[in-house]
Design a protein around this ligand. Structure first.
Ligand SMILES: [Fe+2]
Ligand SMILES: [Fe+2]
Length: 480
């Protein structure tokens, strides 16, 4: 029981350290939010002790709420960057400021629902739900207190956007959400608030007339559509990795992937097989499938710098490693596929979570073949010169990719008649050697998950074996 409790307290991914200056900026924004939320209590004259008490209460409430929001976001997504936390609380600050600047002209629906869409897409549903609750809770001006019915509609619509936003996998679905939520809010306001509060387009100020349910819903639809339009900009400025962005990056028509298929066809084939292995294993342990599929696709792009130095791209005629006959140089070429891969990632503006797959899939693994060669040549070298520079996998997904990378060649080379037992033995041997070498220490993969990963790899191997079996065909059999 104690072990299970400790295990449940372990973060899935290693938390990112936030610099002091970023911490200071975040703290200042939180203070600003608290000031905006509370300063009105101090405006009354004469000022009495209950005003000061009420100011202190509201100030502390806003400060603690902002802190809780940051904690929730870190808990849901331990690798959240300081830029993303700044975005999260800046959106809260913007809503607080808007509430003050346009107290009676703008609907709370248009202020709270669109940011919930950005947050749920980029940082997850729970963070978005926490943001919605806090943005609705700290309402600065009692004069614009919203009615119970509107508050209920706001919470339902914002919760739907937060929950669906985190799961939506395409921009088309996002567009549907941005159209149906305003329609839903219009209909529910019509039923709950009243049909008399509707004037359609018989006034000039159609978008800013708080209280008119048609104007409010129209404004909401407009702001939602603008949010969608600016989403790619948010993604690149704040490093948000939305599902839609992940799927776009996984498109095999992307120039970098096209180059890989032309210039390093062997690596491309290896990549596709690894995608299959890693995807199946991630599905088994309940990880992020879209993330690993995209990460796997880019993990070896660095091999583009010298494709024919890697065995999978050699046609068997000549091996440059044999020609130079220098194990140290050969090891440098292998390390270069990680360093160059990171350069390609920067050039192609790959998100950090995807770029992490490039060094972490190799971890600090030993380049055993060249180390052995160096030893045979009696070269005076340190083993560390024949290890990749790392870091070792920091998440379950990058660890799975490392294991898939290790098993791929062995599984491909296995005899077609090999039994499941033999395949499982080969997989277990490779995984055990990585585990023993300390490569999985930071990944937080449990023993049960490693067991499931082995079964998943075995299932994929069975599929590959099935594909390789040739079906008997007769001369006349030209159809299937
Ligand atoms: Fe690699
Ligand atoms: Fe690889």
């Amino acid at each position: 029981m104690l072990y299970l409790w400790r295990r449940s307290q372990v973060p899935i991914k290693q938390p990112i350290k936030i610099s002091r200056i970023d911490n200071l900026i975040i703290f200042l924004i939180c203070i600003l939010i608290s000031i905006i939320s509370s300063y009105k209590s101090l405006l009354g004259s004469p000022l009495n002790i209950s005003d000061i008490f009420s100011w202190f209460f509201t100030f502390t409430e806003a400060l603690i709420s902002s802190g809780i929001l940051i904690l929730v976001s870190k808990k849901e997504n331990p690798t959240i960057s300081s830029r993303q936390i700044i975005l999260l609380i800046t959106l809260l600050l913007a809503v607080q400021a808007l509430k003050l600047a346009l107290p009676s002209r703008i609907s709370p629906l248009s202020m709270i629902i669109p940011p919930a869409l950005i947050i749920s897409q980029g940082m997850g549903s729970i963070t978005a739900l926490a943001w919605v609750s806090i943005a609705s809770l700290i309402w600065p001006d009692p004069a614009v207190t919203i009615s119970n019915n509107l508050f209920f509609i706001l919470l339902v619509c914002a919760s739907v956007v937060s929950l669906l936003g985190g799961r939506i996998r395409s921009r088309a679905q996002l567009l549907q959400l941005s159209i149906f939520v305003p329609i839903g809010s219009f209909l529910s306001q019509w039923i709950l608030i009243g049909k008399d509060k509707i004037s359609f387009i018989d006034k000039q100020d159609i978008f800013f007339s708080n209280g008119d349910i048609f104007s409010d819903s129209l404004l909401l639809a407009l702001v939602m559509l603008f949010t969608l339009l600016f989403m790619p900009i948010f993604e690149s400025i704040f490093g948000l990795l939305t599902k839609a962005r992940l799927l776009e990056l996984a498109d095999k028509e992307k120039p970098l992937i096209r180059r890989l298929s032309f210039e390093a066809p062997g690596t491309f084939e290896h990549t596709l097989l690894i995608c299959g292995l890693a995807e199946e294993a991630t599905r088994m342990i309940g990880g992020d499938i879209d993330l690993i599929k995209t990460g796997a696709l880019y993990h070896d792009v660095g091999k583009l710098h010298a494709p024919n130095w890697f065995i999978e791209n050699q046609d068997g005629s000549k091996n440059p490693h044999d020609e130079i006959d220098d194990p140290i140089k050969s090891a440098e070429v292998l390390q270069a596929h990680v360093d160059e891969g990171l350069k390609y990632a920067r050039k192609n503006r790959l998100p950090k979570l995807i770029a992490n797959f490039i060094p972490e899939h190799q971890g600090t693994l030993k380049m055993g073949y060249f180390f052995q060669k160096a030893k045979e040549k009696n070269l005076d070298i340190d083993e560390n010169h024949f290890r990749y520079k790392g870091p070792i996998p920091q998440s379950k997904e990058t660890a799975i990719l490392m294991l898939a990378d290790g098993c791929e060649a062995a599984l491909r080379a296995m005899n077609i008649d090999a039994s499941d037992k033999e395949a499982l033995r080969t997989i277990s041997k490779i995984i055990y050697s990585r585990q023993n070498d300390g490569q999985l220490d930071d990944s937080n993969l449990s023993k049960g998950e490693i067991f499931l990963i082995k079964r998943a790899f075995l299932n994929v191997w069975k599929r590959i074996r099935h594909r390789r079996i040739q079906y008997p065909t007769s001369k006349n059999n030209t159809f299937s």
